[in-house]
Design a protein around this ligand. Structure first.
Ligand code: ASP
Length: 439
């Protein structure tokens, strides 16, 4: 059995946290490959090392002296080294980093040092081999992640090891320039390593015991999700459930490897299993609810729209030309409505409206801002009857007006549009329909 274990920044923020991680790794022989993040926050208003690095590099770019901010970063690491009683010095690495910062090696290089240094400490602490991610995670010359090349290079390299630490978040372009994923990208590295090893499980250790069926800031004590499919997770993550980086499922999905989200501070909790498919029925038909605020709907009316071939394409072309992605597009015989993110739309509002007029000559064009979209997600909804009925009855009883309904043919989710101000109440109401709230 081989497990890839990725630890997030809060799991590695201090020597105390490192010790918990060490215990977790040593508890199972299968935990042979480790992907660490950079040290995160030790307390609420602490600063993540990645943010310290970005700031320090900005100062270097501005030609300022970086002695002080670099020392503060070094102290974060030295505190961990000391707390773990390791015989390790990062003096040499910091000398190089200073020089590279001063010669403006790039923002990505700067940020990547957080994981790089934490990886060196982790390898030393565990007695595992250290593999610099720049040698095994490949980006192409345009800075796009090259999944297939990476898989070949990574598998070949890992085949020569018994156990190893591969720092998260970064890789390199063909000319050696360091390139990072987007923030939170160590989750992606973990998934890539798991794919390359054809691991049995990808364990992603963080500071929560997995996904919850709803946002705990809205619903009191929401139920934990014990098992969820990749597809369901994708729907929920897209709509704001943020435990895992949204791209992290793609590499493991290629090999059908499950991801297990676990809590470093409560290792006895089973966490959430993310799987390709399962016969395990969700406890309460729906798996989870998530949502986002601040959408705007653009409604277009035109008599005989229905018979005008190419109408939809022309409308969407306007959005495409303006670089605005659309979220949903419910339509009637002579109407069509496009939902877009308010902040993306606002900047180009009048331009888009003028272009729509030119493109399709509508009878009426109407805008409605401040809308929220809520996704009710669950593999259990397929072929069950009465689900939509219960949701809408409950919303009606709660006097929440529904602005839009969309159910994809997969029957995996129902998207409901409401005004921003009903967002929280709508989520609570829907949750209440399926899950008896715990006292
Ligand atoms: N350290 C990086 C960040 O703060 C990447 C990660 O933690 O996954 O975004």
């Amino acid at each position: 059995m081989v497990k890839v274990v990725k630890f997030g920044g809060s799991s590695l923020a201090s020597a105390e946290q490192f010790k918990k991680v060490g215990n977790i790794i040593r508890a199972e022989e299968s935990r042979k490959y480790v992907v660490p993040s950079a040290p995160g926050k030790r307390f609420d208003d602490d600063t993540k090392v990645t943010d310290m690095l970005y700031k320090c590099y900005a100062e270097a770019e501005a030609g300022k002296n970086i002695e002080k901010p670099l020392k503060a970063i070094k102290e974060r690491y030295n505190e961990i080294i000391k707390g773990l009683k390791l015989k390790l010095s990062l003096d040499e690495q910091f000398e190089t980093i200073k020089k590279q910062f001063e010669s403006k090696a790039g923002k990505d290089y700067a940020a990547s040092r957080g994981e790089y240094l934490n990886g060196i400490i982790m390898a030393n602490y565990l007695g595992y081999e250290f593999i610099d991610a720049a040698t095994v995670i490949c980006f192409d010359k345009n800075g796009e992640f090259d999944a297939e090349k990476t898989n070949t290079v990574m598998s070949a390299r890992l085949a020569k090891t018994k156990n190893a630490v591969v720092p998260g978040f970064y890789g390199a372009m063909p000319d050696g320039t360091v390139k990072t994923f987007s923030r939170g990208g160590s989750d992606v590295t973990g998934s890539i390593v798991a794919r390359a090893l054809k691991a049995d499980v990808y364990e992603n250790w963080t500071d929560v015991s997995g996904f919850l069926a709803a946002d705990p800031r809205i619903v009191k004590n929401p139920k934990p999700i014990t098992i969820i499919t990749y597809k369901e997770l994708r729907e929920l993550s897209y709509m704001g459930a943020s435990v895992l980086h949204e791209s992290a499922i793609f590499p493991v999905r290629k090999e059908g490897i499950p991801i297990n989200i676990r809590n470093t501070n409560a290792p006895e909790d089973p966490g959430t299993m993310i799987v390709e498919t399962t016969c395990v029925k969700p406890e309460c038909i729906i798996t989870g609810i998530a949502g986002k605020k601040d959408f705007v709907s653009i409604s277009i009316d035109k008599d005989m729209m229905n018979s005008e071939i190419g109408f939809g394409r022309k409308v969407l072309q306007v959005f495409e030309d303006n670089g605005i992605s659309f979220e949903h597009m419910p339509s009637g015989i002579d109407t069509m409505t496009v939902f877009v993110h308010q902040d993306e739309f606002m900047e180009k509002e009048q331009k888009v409206l003028a272009e729509l007029h030119r493109a399709v000559k509508p009878d009426v064009l109407e805008l409605e801002p401040d809308l929220a979209l809520i996704a009710v997600v669950g593999r259990g909804m397929k072929n069950s009857t009465g689900i939509a009925a219960s949701i809408f009855t409950a919303l009606a009883k709660a006097k929440i007006n529904i602005k839009m309904i969309d159910q994809g043919s997969s029957e995996l989710n129902i998207i409901i549009g409401v005004r921003n101000r009903y967002f929280e109440d709508a989520i609570k109401t829907i949750y209440g329909v399926f899950v008896a709230e715990e006292k």
